[in-house]
Write a protein that binds this ligand. Structure first.
Ligand SMILES: Nc1nc2c(ncn2[C@@H]2O[C@H](COP(=O)(O)OP(=O)(O)OP(=O)(O)O)[C@@H](O)[C@H]2O)c(=O)[nH]1
Ligand SMILES: [Mg+2]
Length: 846
């Protein structure tokens, strides 16, 4: 028996729940047909739903047909709850789009059609309430073909007509019809599955007409979605049972889920492995507990703590971003509890509906959330009260903004505090309205490893990138990675996150940003006498509209207008039409804000104060990280700024750090404190403590006890100006360092070991050789520089004054632990340079 998840969608009050009840009744799943208007429906189980007579939460029920085990998913139709509907779509194999015979195709029906198209769901159409619209069938069918898709076919027509209509939609159907006079069931099912044909049925959920035929067609003309053997699932809903236990509703897309088996998933970048404590199969308000759930089924799993709607589990990776977004932001407050409690409780609701985007301003203490509209606000207020006993109040509310750019812009970000390194160059380009965000890379993998590139792109996608006008999410933009650079030893994943997000913000700071505001698509029906007034109002709101047909007494206007102007219009309109007008609003994308500058100023946002989203870069100068303002940073970038291919033309040396030197050179006392805390009392070797400075370099060489200098090679390469200029060519840099140090050693006469830390090098077996009088050493795989230095120091410390040159704090710590003298990379550099000057002086006879 095949398993099918069938979702039911439509605009509000179209008759979805009534049709679902009818299917359950006719299909034998329930003994008595429940009724929405009598508050006893099987599917609208929540108190709030029964009170209001609308569906708020998606809900499922099971029907056994001769050949199929069907899970019906009923969804809310009110546009305030369309996020809930959208989430449910991800769990469906097929959708049933219900159209009310009395209302016909609505703007919201078209929105749903787009949603189903985007998620490539095959669709059956059921036109309900035909008991009230018996003579309108032909007209309805025309509107469906015209406004939804020409491939919608009336399956209630005589068989021959159905075949002919299908033959118009597909060559395969045409061939079959011409040669055999029929379109066989398998081909019909395949065409429906591939969205080449959309079968339409007519009937009445309330009067139970056409329902049996519809069920039998669903049984015959659906196919099971293929599934692999490995467990995978798509989460579509989080909710709590009557005892408050957290339930994750999922559609199993592969394999079998067994109770107590571990489930793996990634939430907020962190991997989770949790056990399915209990598996429930819900039907209406009741459920049965089961030991296993199979692919093609929907179940509720208890025991998962960090799942989110849209998320994939197990083999089903990735998450589905939502298309519909809340357009209004409201401040929330409560006089009966403190703000911490309020925030915690709101976050519990947000757990179930992430689109609420509950936020808390650290500066003002304000708590706000996002909603689709006023009915959702009422529901939140009821839930807060019923569940937690917290009455809440909402502020007047404002629209939610988005941002984009007017023209292409480039951004570069560099992140290089000590022992870190990453540089990223991005190209930002505006896309058409409604396109959303796109990410891609044009960077060659010779230049930057593919893994790093993946990481950069994924880190740009989450959490949402924000703009510099109002700190709102950005959209309609393509972000291209054009160049990037990693460091063999010092780059970690987090460094690219820093560099990439800084590059993005710098690109925005350079660009001309555009503030976008949300629009509604509206339909206004009002007495013809008031048409003039309505048109005037709509003009002043800067709405675009077309007065539609009317019947003489009433007129219809459809169009689009800014949410900001339209959201309070309902009351105005009711007043001047004396309650006779009707208005429906559906969120319909974003458009440039007319008074953008003013609106942005009202939010009081200052990008330079947004410390969580910096546009500045961090460079390394003399061994320490310095912050360089976004508008100065380009001059210091290591890759060429402005060309599509990041050729290597290292930028200028950034100015010396203004911060104190503690970052790279702790004083002895501090080091000792750290050491004692970490490793207990210091075991001291006897040595003559002295400060080694550039000026007494020559004295040092003449010291009685011979000097032994251990140099941390990579640390010098990434700290010394001259070596950094080799532009990432490590071989060249190493060779140059060896040359400099062998001259230095020749002049000073000390023993010198140059250590290259091969800790992370795969299969590095360690290597040592002499180069013009200095000892060069690559540590073995797994042996860090500090480990090696400790070992060497313990062997030779008795006979030499051992000094260690490194700005690496780990190595400095280790040197201190062994009782050695230390010098920073900058100190050794200036020492080497002064020796070089002396040599030149000698050569020039000065
Ligand atoms: N005459 C008639 N009335 C119907 C039919 N189907 C539904 N209704 C009525 O239409 C109203 C809305 O029906 P629901 O089934 O709640 O509609 P819905 O699409 O589930 O509504 P939401 O879930 O709130 O979007 C109710 O009063 C039903 O009794 C039908 O086939 N014929
Ligand atoms: Mg309903």
């Amino acid at each position: 028996m095949k398993r099918i998840v069938l979702g039911i969608l439509a605009h509000v009050d179209a008759g979805k729940t009534t049709l679902a009840e009818a299917m359950l009744y006719v299909g034998g799943a329930i003994k008595k047909q429940g009724r929405v208007d009598r508050r006893d429906s099987f599917l609208d189980t929540h108190e709030l739903e029964r009170e209001r007579g609308i569906t708020i939460f998606s809900q499922q029920a099971r029907i056994e047909l001769p050949d199929s085990a069907v899970t019906l998913l009923d969804t809310p139709g009110h546009s305030d709850f369309s996020s809930e509907t959208e989430r449910a779509v991800s769990a469906m194999d097929y959708a049933v789009l219900v159209i009310s015979g009395t209302d016909g195709v609505q703007a919201h029906t078209e929105t749903l059609w787009r949603l189903l198209k985007r998620s490539a769901k095959p669709v059956f159409i059921f036109v309900s309430k035909m008991d009230l619209a018996e003579d309108r069938k032909a007209e309805l069918m025309r509107a469906i073909k015209q406004r939804l898709d020409g491939a919608c076919v009336d399956f209630c027509a005589p068989e021959d007509e159905v075949y002919e209509s299908m033959a118009e939609c597909s060559e395969e159907a045409l061939d079959s019809y011409l040669s055999r006079g029929i379109v066989p069931r398998e081909l019909t099912a395949a065409l429906i599955r591939r969205r080449r044909v959309f079968p339409c049925f007519f009937g009445s959920g309330l009067k139970l007409t056409g329902v049996e035929e519809f069920l039998s067609a669903l049984d015959r003309l659906t196919v099971e979605t293929p599934a692999g053997p490995v467990f995978g699932a798509r989460v579509f809903k989080i909710s709590r049972d009557s005892r408050g236990a957290r339930m994750t509703f999922m559609k199993i897309t592969g394999g079998t889920l067994r109770v107590r088996s571990p489930i793996r998933y990634i939430s907020d970048g962190k991997p989770f492995e949790e056990k399915a404590a209990q598996i429930r199969i819900y039907s209406g308000a009741g459920f049965t507990q089961t030991d296993e759930a199979h692919s093609g089924e929907i179940c509720a799993v208890l025991g998962l703590t960090a799942t989110r709607p849209g998320m994939g589990l197990g083999d089903e990776a990735g998450s589905v971003p939502p298309l519909l977004e809340p357009v209004l932001t409201y401040a929330v407050s409560s006089s009966s509890c403190d703000s911490h409690t309020l925030l915690t409780r709101l976050r519990e609701l947000e757990d179930e509906d992430p689109q609420l985007s509950v936020s808390h301003s650290a500066q003002t203490g304000d708590i706000s959330l996002r909603v689709m509209g006023p009915v959702q606000l009422e529901v939140i207020s009821r839930l807060m009260n019923d569940r937690f006993g917290i009455p809440v109040e909402f502020g007047s509310g404002s629209v939610t903004y988005k941002e984009t750019i007017a023209a292409p812009s480039r951004g570069a970000g560099h992140f290089e505090p000590l022992r870190h390194y990453a540089e990223v160059h991005l190209l930002l380009e505006p896309l058409e309205r409604g396109a959303g965000l796109e990410f891609r890379s044009l960077c060659s993998t010779d230049e930057l490893d593919a893994n790093w590139q993946h990481l950069i792109l994924s880190q740009l996608e989450e959490p949402p990138l924000t703009g510099v006008l109002t700190g709102s999410p950005v959209t309609d933009m393509r972000v291209t990675l054009v160049a990037g650079r990693a460091h063999l030893k010092h780059t970690e994943g987090g460094d690219f996150r820093q560099a990439a997000r800084r590059a993005f913000r710098q690109g925005l700071m350079k660009a001309e940003s555009v503030l976008l505001e949300p629009y509604y698509e509206f339909k206004l029906e009002l007495p013809a006498a008031q048409l003039g007034r309505a048109i005037n109002d709509l003009r002043s709101m800067h709405g675009s509209f077309t007065p539609g047909e009317g019947d003489g007494e009433f007129s219809v206007i459809c169009g689009r207008a800014p949410v900001k102007a339209m959201r309070d219009y309902y009351r105005t309109m009711l007043a001047y039409t004396h309650g006779r007008g009707r208005m429906t609003l559906i969120p319909s994308g974003f458009e440039p804000c007319r008074d953008g500058a003013e609106a942005a100023a009202e939010t009081g946002y200052d990008p330079l104060r947004d410390t969580e989203n910096p546009a500045d870069s961090v460079f390394c100068s003399h061994g320490a990280g310095v912050n360089i303002a976004w508008d100065k940073a380009d001059a210091y970038m290591h890759l060429d700024v402005g060309s599509d291919r990041g050729s290597r033309t290292d930028g200028e040396e950034p100015p010396a750090p203004r911060l104190n030197r503690r970052n790279f050179s702790l004083d002895d006392k501090e080091l000792e404190q750290i050491m004692e805390r970490e490793f207990g009392p210091i075991r001291r070797r006897s040595y003559t403590p002295r400060v080694y400075a550039a000026d007494d370099a020559f004295l040092a060489a003449e010291s009685a006890k011979k000097d032994y200098l251990i140099v941390d090679g990579y640390n010098m390469i990434f700290s010394w100006e001259e070596l950094r200029e080799s532009g990432g060519d490590l071989d060249a840099a190493r060779l140059r360092l060896m040359e400099l140090l062998s001259n230095y050693r020749a002049f000073k006469g000390s023993e010198l070991v140059l250590v290259f830390d091969a800790y992370k090098v795969r299969g590095g077996g360690g290597e040592r050789f002499d180069h013009h009088g200095i000892h060069v050493l690559y540590t073995r795989e797994g042996e860090t520089g500090d480990m090696y230095i400790e070992r060497l120091a313990s062997e030779i410390g008795k006979n030499y004054n051992v000094r260690v040159a490194s700005s690496d704090s780990l190595i400095q710590l280790s040197a201190l632990r062994s009782g050695l003298l230390r010098m920073s990379a900058a100190e050794l550099e200036s020492d080497v340079r002064s020796v070089y000057e002396r040599i030149r002086g000698v050569i020039n006879g000065k």
